[in-house]
Design a protein around this ligand. Structure first.
Ligand SMILES: *Cc1c(COP(=O)(O)O)cnc(C)c1O
Length: 393
């Protein structure tokens, strides 16, 4: 058991919440679909090694990452599951990826040629996942380019088409899913072409969290589950669409009923002070007290991932009470008002993001995202990698 009294700040990762989310998704997708956990960007700020450990323990089949270095990090931590590298691997480093037998995204001719060269020198085929452009206009093979890949891969069978996939552009931000349906139709046309050309394509996949929550027809052989494994909804629209599909006419219900946030970010009070009425707190004298106040100094700031735009906007939980942030968020410190918190003392635990110990009060990633004009994804993904991650029950 790690003694958190030794930490100024740390992140707790809840195993029971994570396990509950995975149970929910396994029920949703059924036993026959591969559940791949997207653990890029330090598992969306949750800690890659910590999450990967829980993922394997609670029934995830494989991983998806963005970079070769993330994939290698999983291997170094002892994970021998399949790993799909979804981002570009520099041509000069493709050999490293092939040596580890990673699943490789393929959408560049140059990468395909280099992989074919590397595959020629080994017994096992390279495992390629063709990324198809269906309307996101990010990474992907254009419809006119599919023929080139069919021809090339037909001649280089050592680069095996294990998977083919695409990514939706407009599935989170709307309750109108016509665009996503058209992307899916284009994708199915390409799969058809590949199969007609003699590629088995054992594993097509398209589903991110929102698609997994809303559309079973997007699952095919595998889902790429990112944000929602961590207990967060991709958007209000996704939550609403999910509820409408489940019980038309009744979209009420508790947001936390299906998904449980896994992450709690904590710190400890590093100083307490009395501040006279009319005093300015912090850089820029942007906040002035309107009464004699008790101010607590907390040893975290924007360098840790506490957004500076939360200055005088957000609140933290001290002894289960909402305590407002006063003045500017500094690089390594923030000040909060604890005037109304009885018996507050030095090194009291403070919740920056997550629920109070009694579960009555919350600071959610969605709330913080709303305050700074972004999405919950960014709030968690930007939590500093330096923060210790601790798995708790
Ligand atoms: C990040 C990512 C995902 C996961 O998306 P979520 O909305 O977090 O589930 C899936 N597929 C691709 C290609 C991605 O880049």
């Amino acid at each position: 058991m790690i003694d958190t009294r030794h930490f100024n700040t740390w992140i707790e990762v809840s195993e029971s919440a994570y396990a509950a989310n995975l149970r929910f998704f396994r029920r949703l997708i059924g036993p026959g679909v591969e559940l791949s956990a997207v653990v890029k960007s330090n598992a969306y700020g949750h800690g890659m090694e910590e999450i990967a450990g829980l993922a394997v323990r609670h029934g995830v089949d494989s991983f998806c990452v963005h970079t070769l270095d993330e994939a290698l990090r999983l291997r170094r931590a002892g994970f021998d599951q399949d790993v799909l590298i979804m981002g570009h691997v520099p041509l000069s480093r493709l050999a490293e990826a092939v040596a580890e037998d990673f699943r490789m995204v393929l959408y560049n001719r140059q990468s395909a040629r280099r992989l074919a060269e590397l595959a020629a020198d080994r017994d096992l085929p390279v495992r390629a996942h063709l990324k198809i452009e269906t309307g996101t206009y990010r990474q992907g093979i254009d419809e006119q380019e599919v023929d080139w890949f069919v021809d090339f891969l037909g001649r280089h069978r050592s680069v095996a088409v294990e998977g083919t996939y695409t990514h939706f552009a407009n599935i989170e931000d709307t309750t109108e899913h016509g665009y996503a349906r058209r992307q899916l139709e284009r994708f199915e046309r390409v799969i058809e072409r590949l199969r007609n050309a003699g590629f088995g394509v054992p594993k097509p996949h398209t589903a991110c969290s929102a698609a997994t929550l809303l559309f079973p027809e997007t699952y095919f052989g595998m889902v790429r589950l990112g944000l929602s494994q961590y207990g967060l909804w991709p958007s209000k629209e996704t939550l609403l669409s999910f509820r409408m599909a489940r019980s038309p006419g009744d979209v009420s219900g508790d947001e936390s009923a299906d998904l449980q946030p896994v992450l709690t970010w904590k710190t400890r009070i590093s100083q307490l002070k009395r501040v006279p009425s009319g005093s300015y707190v912090g850089y820029g004298c942007s906040y002035q007290t309107t009464r004699e106040s008790r101010i607590a100094v907390l040893p975290i700031g924007y360098a840790d991932g506490y957004d500076r735009r939360l200055s005088s906007q957000a609140w933290v939980l001290v002894r289960g009470r909402r305590s407002p942030v006063r003045g500017r968020v500094c690089m390594n410190l923030i000040m909060v008002d604890v005037t109304d918190v009885p018996e507050v003392k030095l090194e009291d635990e403070v919740v920056l993001l997550g629920a109070s110990a009694d579960g009555e009060q919350h600071v959610t990633a969605d709330q913080l995202a709303g305050l700074v004009g972004t999405i919950n994804y960014e709030i968690v993904a930007r939590l500093s990698t330096d923060l210790p991650r601790i798995v708790v029950a």
